[in-house]
Write a new protein. Sequence first.
Length: 233
Amino acid sequence: MSSDDRPAAPIKALLWDIDGTLIDTTRLIVSALDHVYRTFTGRTLPPDEIRAIIGIPLREQVAILGPPESFGNTVAAMEGEFIRYYEANRHLETVIVEAVNTLIAGKRAGFLTALVTSKNDEEISNTLPRLGIAEFVDTIVSADQVRNPKPDPEGVLLALEHIGARADDALFIGDTVHDMRAAKAAGVRRCAVTWGAAPREMLLAEEPERVCECPSELASVIGVNDQAAFRAP
């Protein structure tokens, strides 16, 4: 039997993206970046182009129109204004309850659990309490912890190292092309969720091993009993 014919190893670890996967932030991120671009550069990008850069770190997003120094600004100032605007409008976020419940259920069922996100540490400290999942996560890898963010596999590999899992034991759940490419480069199976930032057809073009079209189906798609979220550990 060739290696390609062997059955896939059972999944023991779940690696989760945050924005667009566990919480609907797409509209708010597009609005916040549009505000930052107009404020600091006097111009902006079409919404679809802004949406396409969701999933890369904020420090790269704010520099997408050129080095901030060329506009007489700094990355730090632009990041700070993004976070200020975002938090002032956080009522536009929507927690994806079924996805959050599936993460919790997975942890209670014994899956190693990690967050691998392009958010920086300040963004995570703001968002994580609103998700209510801190006690169910074994490790968090943010954009501040890697030199090479998604779609580079560095963050995925670092998360695997932190939780003591092998690539072929893990499944990455994410909503962007950057997620799919980072996981693939790390040798990790992928579940693309289609309710986030990336258009469905772009996700399917990445040929993920699993696709979930609806948050209520996520637990069954990735093999987690969602009722475990409502039982005591």
